[in-house]
Design a binder for this molecule. Structure first.
Ligand code: TYD
Length: 144
């Protein structure tokens, strides 16, 4: 398997001389019911966040302010995404290792999540992630 269950989402933007407004709705612009939101900010430019995968969780990340890069790894190949405007989001499906890097000064990354916080859904060890991915794919080959 060599596909990445992730893609950029363009949100509608209402522009006016008095400023911009961006909106998003569950199960429409965000492809799941939002159960949780959190945001990451004051990240030093040398810091790396994330460095984990989720077994089930789906998320959408938005750079509300500033910019950051997200390196997405499906266990076979990596893709790099730049989030640098607040009317764009990155959908991340499950089973993807993500590193969040190169935060600009003042960057704020908003995250919408499809589930409540569950530490048991995290894979924080990269070797464990690779083993998990391969076991999932072996299973799907066996089923097909
Ligand atoms: P973590 O997911 O490791 O952050 P990041 O991926 O940005 O590096 O979470 C950092 C800490 O915050 C960790 O102790 C778990 C806690 N946390 C919650 O309690 N609830 C949440 O919804 C999230 C996302 C994290």
């Amino acid at each position: 398997m060599n596909t990445h269950d992730c893609h950029l989402i363009q949100f509608e933007k209402k522009s006016h001389e008095t400023g911009n407004l961006v909106f998003m709705e569950s199960k429409k612009d965000i492809p799941f019911d939002i159960k949780r939101a959190y945001y990451i900010y004051d990240v030093p430019s040398y810091a790396k966040r994330g460095s984990h995968a989720h077994k089930n969780l789906k998320q959408v990340l938005i750079a509300l302010s500033g910019s950051l890069e997200i390196i997405v790894d499906n266990g076979y190949a990596k893709k790099k995404y730049l989030l640098d405007n607040p009317h764009q989001g990155l959908y991340l499906g499950s089973n993807l290792w993500r590193d969040l890097v190169s935060f600009s000064p003042g960057a704020i990354c908003l995250v919408f999540a499809a589930e409540y916080y569950d530490p048991s859904d995290y894979i924080r060890n990269y070797t464990e992630f690779l083993n998990f991915i391969r076991s999932q794919n072996d299973y799907s080959v066996l089923k097909s």
